[in-house]
Design a protein around this ligand. Structure first.
Ligand code: XBP
Ligand code: MG
Length: 253
């Protein structure tokens, strides 16, 4: 079996969007709605145990703000608050403040040149993916991904495998000819649950997560000028490229 496709998570994997993107966007939406909720960096780290913004708001209320009384139409109320959050998040991305992580553009370019197919599997809202790709890689990059599986397209979000399974089915590919890219425990549970070998690139919110199912755990994808630490083998530094991905697929065959 040879490598056919790469499937990327977005938040935390393509870019460090959570701390300085999603978190301030939630806070801006809360302030706009006259709510005195403030999600600081540490609290947001705890809230990340639940994927999906609407699900995260509900989890916050249940766990950290149980005295708040939701209106009867709570789903619609949370959805409206979350829509405002999406608006703020897209504005932040359009300001160009959130760059891609090291090695992401390089690997996407190499993969396209090598004829590999590309897809996205994320819990984030579709508008957020579009805004990130446009702001960092230009509008034409949307067409590089033959499937953008995002948000409520599946009934169960990560760690459920449904979003990766959806992307595989849309591409009509078996999992063993693809590699997934993830940054978190919930993401890795989702990708490995769908049968995918997974390259994990950690960030400050996730570096202590359990990544035992990962094919390799890296600080980032690395650049030729700054190879990335291999967290499973402190002696080695890595520039994750197509050759190495092909080896990953072969080794485990
Ligand atoms: C990402 C998420 C998302 C974002 C917010 O998880 O959990 O919920 O934090 O996006 P993953 P929305 O990287 O594992 O896909 O507010 O649009 O839901
Ligand atoms: Mg992620």
């Amino acid at each position: 079996m040879s490598l056919q496709a790469l499937i990327f998570d977005v938040d935390g994997t393509l870019a460090d969007t959570e701390r300085d993107g999603h978190r301030p966007a939630f806070n801006a939406a809360f302030a706009e709605a006259g709510l005195d909720w403030e999600w600081d960096i540490a609290l947001y780290g705890e809230l990340l145990s639940v994927t999906g913004g609407k699900e995260r708001i509900r989890f916050y209320l249940e766990r950290y703000n149980p005295d708040f009384t939701l209106p009867d139409n709570s789903d619609a109320w949370i959805a409206a608050l979350h829509q405002a959050k999406t608006r703020h998040y897209v504005r932040l991305l359009n300001e160009g403040l959130i760059p891609l992580r090291p090695g992401v553009k390089r690997l996407l370019d190499e993969a396209r040149q090598a004829g590999l197919r590309l897809a996205i599997a994320t819990t984030t809202t579709p508008e957020n993916v579009t805004a990130l790709l446009e702001a960092t890689l230009g509008r034409e990059s949307l067409a590089w991904f033959e499937v953008i599986a995002a948000g409520d397209i599946v009934p169960k979000k990560k760690p459920d495998p449904a979003i990766f399974t959806y992307a595989l089915e849309a591409m009509q590919l078996p999992a063993d000819v693809c590699v997934a890219f993830e940054d978190s425990r919930n993401g890795l549970r989702s990708s490995s649950g769908a049968g995918l070998r997974t390259v994990v690139t950690v960030n400050d919110y996730t570096r202590h997560d359990d990544f035992s199912e990962a094919a390799i755990i890296l600080e980032s994808l690395g650049e030729p000028s700054a190879p990335a630490a291999n967290l499973g083998n402190p002696q080695s530094k890595v520039i994750m490229d197509v050759t190495m991905l092909r080896e990953l697929v072969k080794v485990i065959d």
